[in-house]
Design a protein around this ligand. Structure first.
Ligand code: FAD
Length: 503
């Protein structure tokens, strides 16, 4: 009998998993709580564009249509592209729309072959149905649904504030008219300094100008980039080729690779400084007091680099956006209290509306889908360690289950596609997983790698600067040749992207 594979989510990761699973002759059933495909791309801010140049954010066997000429397509372009992909590979018939998986439970002994039961709510009629499958692939996304809300002291949270507090994900759900009504003529404070924060700040400042400047509170300055061409050279040549990966210590590395990484440390530093000098000059960061303390290398290794919207710093210069450091903040009746680093007294900011662009809790979302507290604790792991996934995909102690779309990279579509192919080959018996002890050891090595380069952001599981190395491991497992370029110099210096793995 063919294996039934339950895929939860019909965003990019779920569609990819479905495509590769069905190609191996399995029966995929995709559960999607929304009425459409595309996941978070179905509703973003109107101004959202792709952050990654499109050549790196494309399906390996389905390039962008030629009429999309820009490097950074709009949200609608991305959604159309995803839809065309799903239609081309005839994926829609496998998707059960408006079905929310409320919980998954393993039936059987974890050491022998069991099945998963999925409790699925039909959003149309509120009925619940139980499905039994052989394997589960969690593609539930990590940038939606469960917001990361900062913790506040008692009586110092949003409940004491007289104004309104929303998370950026709720702001993104508003249509243009409702968003305008919410923001226009108000003193708005945005918390955060990543992609969503920058985009929301642009919208608010465009609506309110200098009369009601929009304040952006940030904890840490980041090397957000104006473009991908530092001093005219594509960034990919510094961080997305094999040569750049030689400069980084790797999990499970050999003595030889370790030695090379040590010898190339000055070059890694020089590359980072080169890019930093460009960003500093182009965005006039010194003038605005926005030069980050960390290196560009640390930021890109932590996936904390966002593309700065065009004219963002022009708005800072004209005064319609005010940037303010706030290592800690809390609420009072009229606004926000900020703990100043140098001063004893907290300073206060009167405000009408606070938009928390403080990210998401993808780890909690993963945890909550399990019914059993044992599995919940296993998948969450310890907050002092990375989410423990072998190959960023399989929990060593949770049988017959894979996670796709949790770890981050420079291009998440590319990462999800590689993982989907790997999981399909695993299910097809092309290779076997190592034993639990070896998988745990491998996860530990990745944990050390993440902590070394991503520092406090290790839970993001960012594989950006080791993407080729990571793909190499998957290729070796699947019996593919990891070297995909023609010739020694191309292999060493040419950036790697999805099309390198098209066959
Ligand atoms: C504004 C924004 C811009 C981005 N830009 C880029 C970019 O430029 N480059 C890049 O590489 N990455 C970018 N990302 C990251 C983005 O996560 C990936 O591009 C990709 O879309 C993630 O796809 P996914 O399928 O893993 O997750 P999602 O798109 O979040 O899809 C998950 C799906 O699972 C469904 N689901 C969740 N729980 C359940 C459940 N219990 N039952 C049934 N269905 C469920 C959801 O409804 C959703 O449809 C961006 C993220 C955001 C928020």
């Amino acid at each position: 009998m063919q294996k039934e594979v339950g895929i939860i989510g019909a965003g990019i990761s779920g569609l990819l998993a479905c495509k590769y699973i069905k190609a191996k002759g399995f029966n995929p059933i995709v559960f999607e709580t929304k009425h459409n495909i595309g996941g978070l791309w179905t509703k973003t801010l109107e101004s959202t564009q792709l952050q990654t140049p499109k050549q790196f954010f494309q399906f390996s066997d389905f390039p962008w249509p030629s009429y999309v000429t820009t490097h950074f397509p709009t949200q609608q372009d991305v959604l159309d592209y995803i839809t065309a992909y799903a239609n081309h590979f005839d994926l829609l018939k496998y998707i059960k729309f408006n079905t929310k998986v409320q919980g998954i439970e393993y039936q059987g002994d974890v050491n022998s072959y069991g099945k998963w039961t999925l409790s699925v709510k039909n959003n149309d009629n509120n009925s619940t149905q139980v499905y039994t499958v052989d394997f589960v692939i969690l593609c539930i996304g990590r940038f939606s649904d469960v917001p990361n809300i900062p913790e506040f002291p008692i009586n110092r949270g949003p409940e004491v504030f007289g104004g309104k507090v929303i998370h950026s994900m709720d702001y993104a759900l508003l249509n243009a008219q409702s968003a305008t009504e919410l923001v226009k003529g108000k003193q708005v404070t945005i918390v955060g300094f990543q992609k969503s924060a920058l985009e929301v700040a642009m919208e608010c400042s465009t609506l309110n100008g200098t009369k009601y400047p929009c304040r952006v509170l940030y904890k840490t300055k980041h090397w957000n980039i104006p473009d991908f061409l530092p001093w005219g050279i594509p960034l990919a040549y510094f961080y997305l080729n094999r040569f750049s990966e030689l400069m980084v210590h790797k999990p499970n590395q050999t003595f030889f690779l370790c030695l090379i990484a040590i010898l190339l440390t000055p070059l890694r530093w020089a590359f980072s400084k080169f890019v930093e000098s460009y960003i500093k000059r182009k965005l006039k960061l010194k003038k605005f007091g926005m030069v980050p303390e960390c290196s560009f290398h640390q930021d890109i290794s932590s996936c904390t680099v966002a593309l700065v919207p065009e004219k963002f710093y022009d708005k800072v210069e004209e005064g319609s956006i005010i940037l303010k450091k706030a290592p800690r903040f809390c609420f009072c009746k009229d606004g926000i209290l900020i703990d100043e680093e140098e001063e004893e007294e907290a300073s206060s900011l009167n405000t009408d509306l606070v938009i928390l662009a403080t990210g998401f809790r993808g780890d909690k979302k993963l945890k909550d889908i399990f019914v059993s507290s044992t599995f919940q604790n296993l998948i969450y792991g310890s907050s002092n360690e990375i989410v423990p996934l072998y190959r960023d995909c399989i929990h060593p102690h949770i049988p017959q289950l894979a996670v796709i779309g949790y770890s981050e990279s420079f291009t998440n579509l590319f990462t999800s596609e590689m993982k989907s192919r790997w999981v399909a080959e695993l299910l097809d018996g092309t290779f076997q997983l190592p034993n639990i002890k070896e998988m745990v050891k491998d996860v530990k090595e990745w944990d050390e790698y993440m902590k070394k380069y991503s520092r406090q952001n290790y839970r993001k599981s960012c594989i950006a600067v080791l993407h080729i190395w990571y793909n190499d491991q998957l290729c070796k497992d699947m019996g593919w040749n990891p070297k995909r370029k023609n010739g020694f110099f191309a292999e060493l210096f040419e950036p790697y992207g999805p099309l390198d793995y098209s066959s």
